[in-house]
Write a protein that binds this ligand. Structure first.
Ligand code: NA7
Length: 547
């Protein structure tokens, strides 16, 4: 960025600190890049974040074992700055939480983002004022700021789900949620630990906690497919190749279905014999990582037989890993393979062979109540000193609904989304002019490389704001038709060709009692970004622009 642009943006802000072009909520991958991108354009912007540091989800999720579950290193990070790619050294293919956080702190310093990031500041409300065409944003600390644009980079998995377990308040031991993990060391040594939840967080944490605790009791509601992460030291040749061809690699990732540096499956399962399929599953299993799902066959997520065949392959691996057949049986998943977030682990199933680990199947023995000393499930007492809630998130919509902004005429987002979290392009909502979401409902979000997706969506927002300024528009808002017909139907139509909607998961909202069921992720991958470009090229079709 030209230096004078940065100075202009900062000076503008210093003079008008309560009157911004854009207020960004969230200092994770998305919010930090949005800040950089808008400042590059000479706009005044600030980020508010409730956390005590930058990093967003990577600041909060510091539970033991937390790692990237996507091809990492130079691929799960910012791609916009070639200089950053050239200079930053990753050590593992699936970096741990501390490494990702260190990277984001480095980025905050390198691009001088910190002066415009206000931490320990929770946005408690936001209201659109039609007369001034500005958002008024309030913080929990009682301060307020006004901005032309409200950019919500609040995270897909950030609103923690604390289940309503009877007696939770009378439990006398320590209790931690994986998504709000304490910053000091949690000492499991000599402790009896209970963990509720076996999603990605639980399955990453369980092997680590089991090694430290005196005893670990795992309370499992739904058995999950989990595959070896295949994490390893980063290959210097792979990194060098990526660095030497960065613009090409970047373009390749933008055009790949997951935003990943690999091509994805090329053939349908029908093109192989049963023996060939088993051989391929085995090869991808040995390799570890996402390949088993995304590099095997094109119809894993669309064809029930193929999904079930791969599911049976993974169940056979669980049977081999777990010595006690009764325990193995309880760990066998029974949903379509890949239709819940695919989990990657480091020795998860083998952990059940340890003498100090017990599995409680909540489908058979539901939790009756917490007691001061532990958990009673199926009439059996499980004494516990530390309870870990690995119970996930009110995903995709939760963080936005907790802020619950008020749009035109005072309508709240929750009211607007009472039947369905309708959006246009996953980024905008009718009656909420000048509000943009990054990784919002009905965007590719978690099913595309998230840092790369955040860059592409932020750039689109920046270009939209620039277009409005050039054309003299003060407000932009999607039409109701664009939301319900153009976008909503497209999102549903793509999802209906897959098995995703058939499974209870946080993708569908089924993990939160009372939440409307909707598969709220756009599955078109790179087509999403082509669509964004087309909408912009055609003068922002589907939007009302007002002067
Ligand atoms: P997930 O994947 O939503 O997992 C939450 C787990 O907690 C899952 O096993 C749930 O069972 C279980 N759960 C939730 N509520 C309860 C209650 N009331 N009783 C018992 N068990 C319960 O969240 P994670 O944090 O693991 O992973 C989220 C993402 O974060 C992940 O994809 C990574 O990308 C990072 P259920 O399956 O709903 O029956």
């Amino acid at each position: 960025m030209p230096d004078n642009q940065t100075q202009k943006a900062t000076a503008k802000q210093n003079g008008q600190s309560k009157d911004l072009d854009a207020l960004i909520i969230g200092a994770g991958f998305a919010g930090m890049y949005a800040l950089h991108s808008l400042r590059e354009q000479g706009l005044s912007a600030k980020v508010y974040d409730a956390a005590g540091g930058v990093g967003g989800t990577w600041w909060w999720n510091r539970y033991p074992g937390a790692r990237v579950d996507f091809p990492g290193g130079p691929f799960y990070c910012y791609t916009f700055s070639e200089e950053l790619v050239q200079e930053y050294d990753w050590t593992e293919t699936q970096p741990d939480q501390a490494s990702v956080l260190a990277y984001l702190e480095h980025v905050a310093d390198k691009f001088n983002l910190r002066p415009d990031i206000q931490l320990n500041t929770r946005v408690s409300g936001a209201e659109y004022d039609e007369a001034s065409k500005r958002w008024k944003i309030e913080t929990g600390e009682g301060a307020s700021v006004s901005a032309r644009f409200l950019i919500c980079a609040v995270g897909v998995l950030s609103a923690t789900n604390k289940p309503d377990i009877p007696g939770l308040d009378i439990f006398a031991g320590e209790c931690y949620h994986t998504g709000q993990w304490p910053h000091g060391q949690v000492d499991f040594a000599g402790k009896r630990v209970g963990i509720i939840g076996t999603g990605s967080s639980g399955i990453q944490a369980i092997p680590v906690i089991a090694k430290e605790a005196e005893h670990l009791t795992v309370f499992q509601r739904t058995p999950q497919y989990s595959i070896p992460a295949g994490n390893q030291a980063i290959d210097a040749d792979v990194v060098q190749k990526a660095r030497d061809n960065w613009p090409t690699i970047r373009t390749y990732m933008m055009n790949s279905s997951l935003g990943a540096p690999f091509p994805g499956a090329q053939i349908s399962s029908e093109e192989h014999t049963a023996d060939q399929r088993q051989a391929l599953y085995q090869r991808l299993w040995d390799k570890g990582g996402l390949g088993l799902l995304f590099e095997s066959y094109t119809d894993i997520l669309t064809n029930k037989e193929t999904s079930n065949e791969l599911g049976a392959f993974v169940r056979s691996k669980i049977g081999e890993a777990v010595h006690d057949p009764a325990v193995a049986e309880k760990l066998m998943p029974d949903y379509y393979f890949g239709t819940k977030r695919l989990i990657m682990d480091e020795g998860y199933f083998e952990t059940y062979n340890r003498d100090n680990v017990t599995l409680v199947d909540l489908r058979q023995d539901p939790i009756d109540t917490m007691t001061p000393d532990g958990i009673r499930a199926g009439n059996e007492e499980h004494p516990i000193d530390i309870l870990v809630l690995a119970t996930g998130y009110d995903a995709i919509t939760g963080a936005m609904e907790r802020i619950n902004p008020r749009g035109r005429g005072g309508v709240t987002l929750k009211e607007k989304w009472a039947d369905r979290p309708g959006t246009y392009l996953g980024m905008t909502v009718p009656d909420f002019p000048n509000l943009f979401m990054i990784h919002g409902p009905e965007s590719p979000a978690v099913l595309f490389n998230m840092p790369l997706g955040a860059e592409l969506q932020s750039d689109w927002i920046r270009d939209c704001v620039t277009y409005m300024d050039e054309q003299g528009f003060a407000a932009i808002e999607p039409t109701s038709d664009a939301v319900a017909v153009s976008w909503g139907q497209e999102v549903d139509a793509i999802a209906s060709h897959t098995l995703f909607p058939e499974t209870d998961s946080w993708y569908t909202g089924a993990n939160i009692p009372g939440k409307n069921r909707q598969f709220a992720v756009y599955l078109g991958g790179p087509e999403f970004y082509e669509r964004l470009a087309k909408v912009a090229e055609e003068g922002y079709t589907g939007f009302d622009l007002k002067q």
